[in-house]
Write a protein that binds this ligand. Structure first.
Ligand code: MTE
Ligand code: MO
Length: 162
């Protein structure tokens, strides 16, 4: 294992790792997420995008905004303005993947409601409850970007296609 992998390795099983093109790769345990300013989501119905199936109603989540964690790790800036063509790939521990763009998170109202949740209806969530849970509260159908057991956020800077 090289030194880069040692830094990126989760400190504990439930840690969330920010890796890729961030200025400082970081790892957050559940308790570390609670040290940041928190936001509370509106209660919502979890509904699958593919089948439109109602899954369950969800009490208000509390968590830290994804933009807060990204800012802590530092947006890429080795080339001026490259942060604006950055995409963030979020992965669950099971390999489930969803994407966000810099514009979406930092330059639209969607970003204000994207959180990494560690509490629901006033109750602390643990790994068995799926924590930490990535949740995008402004999505039309919330289930796809409701990632249980979020493990990693990778920053990728897109380049010209040809
Ligand atoms: N980690 C993880 N989160 C996930 C998924 C997944 O496969 N893995 N599937 C998503 C989709 S498409 C749906 S419909 C819901 C299913 O929620 P449930 O497992 O509570 O029924 O979880 C979402 N979050
Ligand atoms: Mo789904």
């Amino acid at each position: 294992m090289d030194s880069e992998n040692v830094i990126a390795a989760p400190a504990v099983d439930s840690a969330l790792v920010l890796s890729g093109r961030f200025q400082r790769p970081l790892s957050f345990g559940l308790d570390e997420l609670k040290r940041y300013e928190s936001v509370v989501a509106t209660p919502f119905d979890l509904r699958c995008y593919t089948t439109n199936r109602f899954i369950r109603s969800v009490e208000p989540y509390r968590g830290v905004r994804l933009t807060t964690l990204i800012t802590e790790a530092g947006l890429p800036n080795s080339v001026p303005g490259e942060f604006k063509r950055t995409v963030f790939v979020a992965m669950g521990r099971d390999g489930y993947v969803v994407t966000f763009s810099w514009h979406e998170l930092f330059n639209t109202p969607i970003g204000e409601n994207v959180m990494v949740a560690y509490e629901c209806g006033g109750q602390a969530l643990d790994a068995e409850d799926g924590a930490p849970i990535l949740f995008s509260g402004s999505d039309i159908l919330p289930a796809p970007r409701h990632v249980k057991r979020l493990a990693r956020i990778e920053a990728h800077v897109l380049g010209p296609l040809a």
